[in-house]
Design a protein around this ligand. Sequence first.
Ligand code: PRP
Ligand code: MN
Ligand code: MG
Length: 184
Amino acid sequence: PPRAHPDIDEILVSRDEIAAKIAELAARVDADYAGREILLVGVLKGAVMVMADLSRALSVPITMEFMAVSSYGSTTSSSGVVRILKDLDRSIEGQDVLVVEDIIDSGLTLSWLLRNLRSRGPASLEVLALFRKPEAITVDVDVRYVGFDIPSAFVVGYGLDYAEHYRTLPFVGTLTPEAIARRA
Ligand code: PRP
Ligand code: MN
Ligand code: MG
């Protein structure tokens, strides 16, 4: 078949599969939070697509906040040491917080973030991640909502980047070796 994008080797999760999964996750979240309001906390930048689509698929009232974090050191593997680039704009004390992530790789970012957010006294704190790489997880993180478990290949699209590119692809797929080499 023709390539979906010249730099994409293989599509792992299609646009339609993502849309169906977001609808399914939104229905679960709606049921679990019925009668309550959720504060969605999106983790910039990867979570922007999930945040945009999930928030509009939910029926329960929501408000949005964003955090930007960065791990020190290597850009290709998380060190577990995280620094806040942009903090929340307001208190989350007493609120039902749902952290929205695109992907859990090693789990280190999320593990640190959950500890940080828990210390701010939310009424509840849960996580929704569209993708998870079970083989890559090094720390135990409790994730209430997971979209897809995927192999630990390097993937891009739907928020996921390689050197800040490819976030807007509507699907998730692997890069060709040429595309990887070009920006390495
Ligand atoms: C990616 C991804 C997750 C995190 C997962 O973000 O969006 O936030 O890494 O990795 P971990 O489970 O190994 O900690 P990244 O740091 O690349 O920033 P970005 O969202 O701006 O792309
Ligand atoms: Mn991220
Ligand atoms: Mg990234």
